[in-house]
Design a protein around this ligand. Structure first.
Ligand code: NI
Length: 170
């Protein structure tokens, strides 16, 4: 296993749209296990392949406190949405920024697991919010896109400054 580099804003590669995975082979299983290790190392609860610069529709999630409930979703798609829920969100691609986003409360999601089986689940709460957040990544969308333009610009400016600082130092 290996820890992968997680892209941070303002990196435009976070805006790329991921393509469906047609063949769940060893390379996909290896990517999933590297993504889980990366997510655990960064204390995240979800990670999309887009965030590690791989344009494939693959998401990993683990909501447990002991990192014992790894979920791998290949080609996830939401079949139905209902209700709405406000939750504080953060993102490994936007470190140390947290803000409230309104999303659907209950979703039915269809995906494949690493054995290639198709699974359909109706979920709610944090898991539902997390799936919506990660699928957004696969479509090049970030949670800060839901914030007001003023807030979003302020966040982008902060990270642009940080990026200049890091480039200068390296
Ligand atoms: Ni994220």
């Amino acid at each position: 296993m290996a820890i992968l580099e997680v892209l941070h804003i303002p990196d435009n590669r976070l805006r790329k749209k991921a393509i469906p995975i047609s063949d769940i082979d060893d390379s996909v299983r290896e990517l999933a296990s590297n993504m889980l290790e990366t997510m655990y190392a960064e204390n995240g609860i979800g990670l999309a392949a887009t965030q590690v610069n791989v344009q494939k529709r693959l998401v990993v999630i683990d909501l447990s406190t002991e990192n014992t409930d790894a979920k791998v979703l290949v080609n996830p798609e939401i079949l139905s949405f209902s209700g709405s829920e406000e939750m504080q969100e953060g993102c490994l691609s936007v470190p140390d920024v947290f803000d409230t986003v309104i999303r659907s409360e209950i979703i039915t999601v269809r995906f494949q697991n690493l054995d290639g089986e198709t699974i359909e689940e109706t979920v709610d709460g944090l898991y539902a919010v997390c799936i919506q957040h990660e699928i957004d990544h696969l479509n090049g969308k970030l949670f800060i896109d839901y914030l007001s333009p003023l807030k979003r610009n302020r966040i982008f400016k902060k990270f642009e400054k940080l990026e200049k600082f890091q480039t200068r130092d390296s």
